[in-house]
Design a protein around this ligand. Sequence first.
Ligand code: RTP
Ligand code: MG
Length: 141
Amino acid sequence: MATERTLSIIKPDAVAKNAIGEIISRFEKAGLKVVAAKMLHLSEEQAGGFYAEHKERPFFKDLVGFMTSGPVVVQVLEGEDAIAKNRDLMGATNPKEAAPGTIRADFAETIDANAVHGSDSPASAEREVAYFFSADEICPR
Ligand code: RTP
Ligand code: MG
C-alpha cells in the first residue's frame, strides 16, 4: 500500500449540523492526516466544474444547487491507502444503504444531502486536489 492523498469535502448539510469536528475526528482516528483545509461557499461555476463528470446526469442541477446551498469544508487527507480508506469511512452514496457506523449512515438522511464527498480513484484525487488547492497550500507532515 502506498501513501496517497485524497480530496474530502464536508458538504453543506453536515456543516449546517455542526458536524465538522466529528467528521474530521473520524478521519484522524482512522490514521488519515489533514494536510490542507479551507472553508468555502462554492459558486455554481465552482460546483458545476467540480462535478463536471455528472453534467449530463438527471441529478446534476440538484447536485449543484445543494453544493452551493451553504459553506463546505474542503480538505486534503493523506495516509496509507487514503482514497479507499476515506470511501470506506464515508459509506455508500445513498445513506439508506450505507453500512452502520459510516459517516453517511450517521450524519446523512438522503442521497442528495449525503454529508461528505471523497475522491473515487487516484486520477480523480489528483484532479480534485488541484481543483481546490495550489501546491503551496498543502502542508506535508
Ligand atoms: P461524491 O462524488 O459526492 O463523493 O459521491 P459518490 O462518489 O458516492 O457518488 P457519485 O456517483 O459521484 O454522485 C455524486 C453525488 O450526486 C448525487 N447523486 N444522486 N439521485 C441519484 O441517483 C444520485 N446519484 C448520485 C449524490 O449526492 C452523490 O453524492
Ligand atoms: Mg463521486
